[in-house]
Design a protein around this ligand. Structure first.
Ligand SMILES: Cc1cc2nc3c(=O)[nH]c(=O)nc-3n(C[C@H](O)[C@H](O)[C@H](O)COP(=O)(O)OP(=O)(O)OC[C@H]3O[C@@H](n4cnc5c(N)ncnc54)[C@H](O)[C@@H]3O)c2cc1C
Length: 671
């Protein structure tokens, strides 16, 4: 084991980034024209990085497996993006955003990175507004804000329930400008299957053209991985079906340490699982918790009657309802962080209060908000003595304005009108805080290989606050990487073009081809999904919302057995040298089958509860915090960074000790 150096600059927290930028080396414009950068991934992190690097003058190649960067998973982001602009005058500041993020992540993130994130957050909004992103505006034309969990201010900028889509259009148009200038060469429908190292440095990738099946070599002076999160290791998640770990995992196998793989965010407001036929879960944005109140019946009898269809939620009086978040966490109420809200829902459902047929659902109810907004609108519009019906209609119109598309989506999936009857929700896997370990410069432990956005581990600690992923991805891509990568590339101005005709590229290409042949060669009987679902069940049952040593040990063994079976018995139809979606999936699931084991090993090592990682052995036993997650700062105040050593269970742990010089380490309370 070694202690990792985060390369955090010296100096006061608030000056670190400015001082660092002032001191790092620059590349002059003429030299930038001779330097190539590969950006794998064109979601918000990769798209913004590629556009900015090309604007600066570097020659950029981008890769994505979709048919257009426009379709990256970032498009799904609904609720919003945080920034410390203090437009509401409610006391926000860079420090408060920094503080909320470190506390929200349960004191398991790196102070310097988080402060930088807060510091550049305002620039992101300016950049996106300049690109024409249509953020919601107040009546007077100023940008509007709403609140997300774990904070006491309103700092979330949004574009209805389509914030990710609008931000991605901004990044994509910035990319398009560079494609037109010939500064970005886009390789869509291409999947990176390996990273190529020359003399220890990342110098290229091996990619498969997903349309023709051809295996290609691409070289560059540096490689950026912005390939998103790995929540689909659970099979069911709110992520896009294609989201996967392959690029990060391939880099891990070549020397990039994988940090905190077990830190997973389970989002409290998703449409509940309805059966075994499902391959995807749907998020109901956290923004709904601004106005929706979460509850279950107070009595077990009512819960049972509702499950059996004998009572309707709208028939229960206020006294018969348990608004358990408001009861348990009066200070933050329905806006507690996601991990807290998820565990509280599970606790109620495990105790028998669940409200759908499976017993795994709670209500998210807008009746109070509809009443409140209805009365307010009636006052504004001078409607005297409005009827109950009128109030409901006026209130529903306000709700529709704020969340219309989310309500429509819910109704389409569940076939119930959420304006009239409360939504049913349950926690689901949503985001992965773990990822490739990066230093302050976003460089992985492979020199010249950088990681950005959800693919790295950098800013969110053990739990990400809502609307912070978009902020981090765009901060990395627009405002951090373009500086830090320049410092590295300044040493490459005399290197010249990197050849792909070298033994290193030969070997990496051979490894990729051998693996594909091995996958195609199996005379097995089971589909790829068969294994993915089995893996997902192990992950959810033993590495899910609550974890214990016995379950995690079992998971490690079970995943190893499943992986062996996969390689012996998976059946992939079609051929390798043509379009073959089953082969694509197989490669990704093969990597999930390795990651899953490391995930469980990491969770087993971390014998404390923090953020989304809840160990049943580490729970507050008494006092105000009774039943809440119990952190162990003495023994676990570190980032786990795993080095690949063959079988995932043999991975070697390295630690980055976390220091808290600007925030007092204390029990995370939202009461
Ligand atoms: C339903 C939903 C709603 C969300 N809402 C919000 C929100 O409101 N606010 C918020 O802050 N966050 C939200 N999030 C989280 C946020 O959307 C993501 O964390 C973020 O968009 C990730 O961006 P990214 O650029 O890192 O990765 P992605 O957008 O996932 O992009 C990954 C890119 O990598 C490419 N790629 C991956 N592997 C390979 C490979 N091997 N070869 C080539 N290309 C590859 C893909 O093609 C894609 O271009 C939400 C998440 C979900 C699931």
């Amino acid at each position: 084991m070694s202690i990792l150096d985060s390369k955090t600059p010296e100096g006061p927290l608030a000056d670190k980034w400015t001082n660092h930028k002032n001191k790092i080396d620059l590349v002059n414009p003429a030299n930038k024209r001779n330097i190539d950068v590969i950006v794998v991934g064109t979601g918000l992190a990769g798209g913004s990085a590629a556009a900015t690097l090309a604007e600066l003058g570097y020659n950029v190649k981008t890769f994505c497996y979709q048919d257009s960067p426009r379709r990256a998973h970032s498009i799904a982001a609904q609720g919003g993006i945080n920034a410390a602009k203090n437009y509401q005058g409610d006391g926000d500041s860079s420090y408060r955003l920094f503080y909320d993020t470190v506390k929200g992540g349960d004191y398991r993130s790196r102070e310097s990175n988080v402060y930088r994130l807060a510091e550049v957050s305002g620039n992101i909004i300016d950049q996106c507004v300049a690109q024409g992103v249509p953020f919601a505006r107040e009546y007077g034309g100023l940008l509007d804000n709403r609140s997300f969990g774990g904070v006491l201010v309103s700092r979330t900028f949004y574009a209805k329930g389509q914030t990710g889509q609008q931000l991605l259009l901004g990044a994509y148009s910035a990319m398009n400008r560079q494609i037109n200038r010939g500064k970005i060469k886009p390789y869509n429908r291409h999947e990176m299957l390996d990273i190529v190292k020359v003399d220890g440095k990342a110098r290229g990738i091996i990619a498969r053209d997903l349309v023709t099946g051809a295996i290609e070599r691409h070289s560059a002076h540096a490689v950026v991985l912005a390939t998103g999160g790995y929540g689909n290791v659970f099979f069911l998640s709110t992520n896009a079906m294609g989201s996967n770990v392959t690029a990060a995992w391939r880099a891990h196998r070549r020397g990039a340490y994988f940090a905190n793989p077990c830190y997973t965010q389970i989002h409290p407001t998703c449409i509940p699982v309805s059966g075994d036929h499902q391959s995807k879960l749907t998020l109901m944005s956290e923004s709904l918790r601004n106005d929706g109140r979460i509850w279950v019946p107070k009595s077990l009898e009512d819960a049972q009657a509702i499950r059996e269809g004998k009572r309707k939620p709208t028939e229960l009086s206020e006294e018969e309802r348990d608004y358990y978040l408001e009861r348990r966490y009066p200070a933050f109420g329905n806006l507690v962080p996601r991990d807290v809200a998820s565990r509280a829902a599970k606790e109620r459902c495990d105790a028998g209060f669940g409200v759908n047929k499976t017993g795994e659902a709670v209500y998210l109810d807008f009746a109070t908000a509809i009443q409140r907004y209805g009365k307010e609108t009636a006052l504004i519009e001078h409607i005297s003595n409005p009827s109950d019906e009128e109030i409901k209609k006026l209130g529903a119109a306000v709700i529709e304005n704020k969340y219309g598309n989310l309500f429509q989506m819910y109704e389409k999936i569940v076939d119930e009108n959420p304006y009239k009857t409360p939504m049913m929700i349950y926690p689901a896997v949503h985001y992965t805080m773990g990822g490739l370990w990066v230093d302050y410069n976003l460089q992985t432990t492979i020199e010249g290989c950088y990681a950005a956005g959800e693919a790295n581990f950098s800013d969110h600690g053990a739990n990400r606050l809502g609307a912070s992923a978009l902020m981090q991805g765009l901060a990395d891509g627009y405002f951090v990487l373009p500086y830090t990568i320049g410092d590295y590339l300044s040493k490459d101005i005399r290197t010249g073009k990197i050849s792909t005709e070298t033994p290193e590229f030969d070997q990496a290409e051979k490894d990729v081809n051998d693996r594909i042949q091995k996958l195609m060669g199996g005379a097995g009987t089971h589909s790829v999904d068969y294994y993915h679902k089995k893996l997902g069940k192990i992950m959810w049952n033993k590495c899910g919302m609550s974890r214990n040593a016995q379950g995690l040990s079992e998971a490690i063994d079970e995943i190893a057995v499943l992986r062996k079976d996969f390689w012996e018995n998976v059946k992939i139809p079609g051929v390798a040298n043509s379009m073959n979606p089953e082969l694509e999936k197989a490669g990704r699931v093969a990597d999930f089958l390795e990651l899953g084991e490391l995930f469980a090993k990491d969770a087993l090592d971390r014998n404390e509860s923090c953020g989304g990682h809840f160990r049943e052995e580490s729970v507050e036993q008494s006092g105000e915090q009774k039943g809440e997650a119990l952190r162990d700062d003495e023994n676990f105040k570190y980032v786990s960074a795993w080095e690949y050593k063959g079988e995932p269970k043999d991975a070697l742990l390295h630690k980055e000790e976390l220091t808290f010089d600007n925030i007092e380490l204390k029990t995370r309370s939202y009461k």
